[in-house]
Design a protein around this ligand. Structure first.
Ligand SMILES: [Zn+2]
Ligand SMILES: [Zn+2]
Length: 393
């Protein structure tokens, strides 16, 4: 089959690789009909993620048709159309049984490596390095889905691939980010980052009762999407001071909740912190670039919540924890429990309460994936989200 393989920083190639096969009784093989490139794939593309090996198949946002099932998979049949959560979960361990699917104890065979860094490890992920299990991803013609009796969700035929594809990651991620804010009716929520997760977090914040949502970015096209598609008020951080503007817009109180949908590749604007992060990054010292998180912690109103769906992986320097303490903030974060939210969000899509297709800017065949990654990295051509169809050549 054809698959998109990682070879190093800014080097991905579509290659012929062996077809996947059933390895365990609970596996299924899915023929991929749609797959998307995620902002977090750019962390791999940029070489920020440790544990990658040349030839690894990328992609954790994919859906398709079941073509084969292991003997223990009784909920799926050949021909079923499914979306597959990017987190791999056994469904039965201690975290899974509490609905904390992204913290699964059983799906990451390399959890001991993560434990050395973080104390305890979470779930395995599709196409996201050997630290997260070394599973082949779904930017491919076929993919092996472990724990297929738990993961894949069937989707009704009247919904298009594009309507349901983002149930695999970015829609549940935006929803959990908003839910973690504990929004009370009418509250003001600020969202850093108008990439797809940030935009969907804006929509979900309204769905959960926010009165006003203020979106922050530097790319004018993305700010336009936030205003026109998501009803957000916007701040361009290249033009205005974010803290001052948020304070002014909220009668001096600050937002009740702040969502950092940027993560470790935040672009700063000349603050001492931003320059320091970049310098340390270039020296390959462990750090994240966390301008957005710093701003969120300082800008959030007293007693508020800072919710962090953006991906962080390393040790954070210069985190204003004092601001969080002084204001009694609640911090919520973590990998999305996709399995928990997927049925509810599928229902929202089916009932027309949310339509995530507006984030798509590019549709490409899988063969053009290398060009897609380069375009997405540069945010060229108004690129917000790329969907690829491996069945088209
Ligand atoms: Zn993703
Ligand atoms: Zn589990």
């Amino acid at each position: 089959m054809k698959a998109l393989c990682w070879y190093g920083r800014h080097d991905v190639r579509v290659e012929k690789v062996p077809d996947p096969s059933i390895l365990n009784p609970r596996d299924a093989i899915v023929r991929v009909t749609s797959t998307a490139i995620c902002g977090s794939d750019l962390h791999l593309y940029g070489g920020f993620q440790p544990g990658m090996a040349p030839g690894d198949i990328l992609g954790h946002e994919f859906m398709g048709e079941v073509v084969e099932t292991g003997p223990a998979v009784r909920n799926l049949r050949r021909g079923d159309r499914v979306v597959v959560p990017f987190t791999i979960s056994c469904g039965a361990c201690h975290p899974c049984s509490k609905g904390e699917f992204s913290l699964c104890d059983n799906s990451n065979p390399n959890a001991d490596a993560v434990e050395k860094l973080f104390g305890y490890g979470g779930a395995g992920l599709f196409g996201y390095s050997h630290l997260y299990g070394g599973y082949a991803g779904g930017q491919a013609e076929y993919v092996r889905v472990p724990f297929a009796d738990v993961g894949p969700f069937k989707v009704p035929g009247h919904l298009s691939d594009e309507q349901v594809l983002f149930l695999t990651d970015i829609l549940p991620t935006g929803y959990m980010a908003a839910e973690n804010c504990g929004i009370k009716p009418g509250e003001v929520v600020a969202v850093w980052g108008c990439g797809p997760v940030g935009l969907l977090a804006v929509k979900c914040a309204y769905l959960l009762g926010a009165g006003r949502v203020i979106a922050i970015d530097r790319v004018e096209e993305r700010l336009r999407l936030a205003r026109e598609e998501c009803n957000a008020e916007t701040i361009n951080f290249l033009e205005s001071d974010v803290y001052d503007t948020l304070r002014e817009m909220t009668g001096g109180r600050g937002p009740s909740a702040c969502i950092d949908a940027v993560g470790l590749e935040a672009h700063g604007t000349g603050s001492v912190g931003a320059v320091y992060d970049k310098a340390k990054g270039m020296m390959m010292l462990a750090t994240d670039r966390l301008t957005a998180l710093r701003q969120a912690l300082v800008s959030c109103g007293k007693g508020g919540t800072v919710s962090i769906p953006g991906v962080y992986g390393g040790l954070l320097d210069k985190v204003p924890l004092g601001a969080a303490f002084a204001k009694g903030l609640t911090l919520r974060m973590g990998q999305t429990h996709v399995h928990r939210y997927l049925p509810l969000l599928l229902e929202h899509i089916d009932q027309g309460r949310i339509d995530p297709t507006f984030v798509i800017s590019h549709r490409l065949p899988l063969d053009d994936a290398p060009r897609g990654y380069a375009t997405f990295l540069e945010k060229a051509e108004g690129c917000t989200k790329i969907v690829m169809n491996p069945t088209v050549h």
